[in-house]
Design a protein around this ligand. Structure first.
Ligand code: 6MZ
Length: 340
């Protein structure tokens, strides 16, 4: 097995419904539609295929495919289990999974959230060697009322699932929405102890990034268009960037791996972690993303171990959890140096 697969990894930016592999999609499709798959249910719709030329806005349509398959509790639980299993199989030792609570014809938002949380809780009881946290998401395209509903629900459920919901995510299709409308909901989340990992600077809007910084951002999702004064602010406050290379290249927000903004951040020695975003949609894995990053920017194995070590510090894990994660990386690092 190669170095990237064996390396104990930290995943800080992964959307549940974007992280359904081919085999998970097949399983969920059978669960919903049986062996006779109706027309119009084509996995290709969910993927961004090589050579496909899509805008970021068009990419968002892809998620409808997964949402149809995870619209009931059993399927959602199965999807969550599979996503955790597949990250664990890729030697991910710590996972922050995000998802937007949804109300469907078959389940309420509360049922959605408790289903995912129950699976996460069980996964830690099963001791699969992976620690999993949940970041409830606010989908910008769903509006302000839903945003507040999600925050209130998470606040209410947090005491039943202590330590599992650690931060809020703001994501979804931002076009046609105004960030300041979401500030009251995010502020309320923060007042109740949630950290904020926002999609920030994923598209070009300097003013919006300023407003996000004024509110307070604990980690920056993507940060593709953070430059000038905003970059200086992020540097001054050492706000980590979650960089998702293949996602950005496939959604065409960066022209190529070589031109990815992670290069600039690495040069500045700015806190950065490499993440998958939606490994199902973009057909990748965390191992693959790290390999691409290392080969594109000539990073050594030691650099990549260091990147994982640093990612622990950017995570929202508890101090005790961080200690245990650090020990796992050290153990790997010692084995590696003995082999050299
Ligand atoms: C912004 C994204 C995203 O919540 O249904 N999502 N939001 N930018 C991205 N970059 C490509 N990728 C995924 O997972 C799917 C949802 O995550 C958000 C979108 O709201 C998408 O519908 P959940 O589990």
């Amino acid at each position: 097995m190669d170095f990237y697969h064996l390396l104990p990894k930290i995943e800080l930016h992964a959307h549940l419904n974007g992280s359904l592999s081919n085999s998970t999609l097949a399983e969920l499709r059978e669960l919903k539609y049986g062996k006779e798959v109706p027309s119009g249910t084509d996995d290709c719709f969910y993927k961004i295929l090589n050579g496909e030329s899509l805008t970021l806005e068009e990419c968002f349509k892809k998620f409808q495919y997964a949402h149809d398959l995870t619209d009931r509790r059993e399927a959602l639980a199965r999807a969550t289990e599979r996503v955790i299993e597949e990250f664990a199989k890729d030697s991910v030792i710590y996972l922050e999974l995000r998802t937007t609570p949804k109300c469907t014809a078959q389940m309420t938002k509360r049922e959605y959230l408790t289903t995912v949380l129950d699976v996460i809780r069980k996964s830690s009881e099963n001791q699969r060697g992976i620690v999993v946290k949940l970041l409830p998401s606010i989908d910008r395209s769903k509006g302000v009322q839903e945003a507040m509903e999600n925050v209130n629900l998470a606040i209410e459920l947090s005491s039943s699932f202590p330590g599992l919901m650690v931060a809020f995510d703001l994501s979804g299709n931002p076009f046609g929405t105004t960030f300041s409308d979401f500030v009251p909901a995010l502020q309320r989340a923060r007042e109740h102890g949630f950290r904020l990992a926002l999609h920030c600077g994923e598209f070009e809007d300097e003013q919006e990034v300023k407003e996000m910084f004024a509110l307070g951002v604990d980690r920056i999702g993507h940060g593709t268009f953070i430059e000038g004064e905003n970059l200086a602010f992020a540097q001054e406050h050492k706000i980590p960037f979650e960089c998702c290379l293949t996602s950005n290249v496939k959604c065409k927000t960066v022209p190529s791996y070589e031109d990815h903004h992670v290069a600039k951040l690495l040069k500045l020695k700015h806190p950065v972690c490499v993440c998958t975003d939606d490994f199902g949609v973009f057909e990748t894995s965390l191992s693959q993303e790290l390999k691409i990053c290392a080969s594109t920017f000539s990073l050594t194995n030691t650099d990549m171990v260091e990147m994982q070590r640093n990612a622990i510090e950017y995570s929202f894990a508890s101090e005790q959890e961080k200690k245990e994660l650090r020990a796992k990386i050290e153990q790997f690092s010692e084995t590696l140096s003995k082999e050299l």
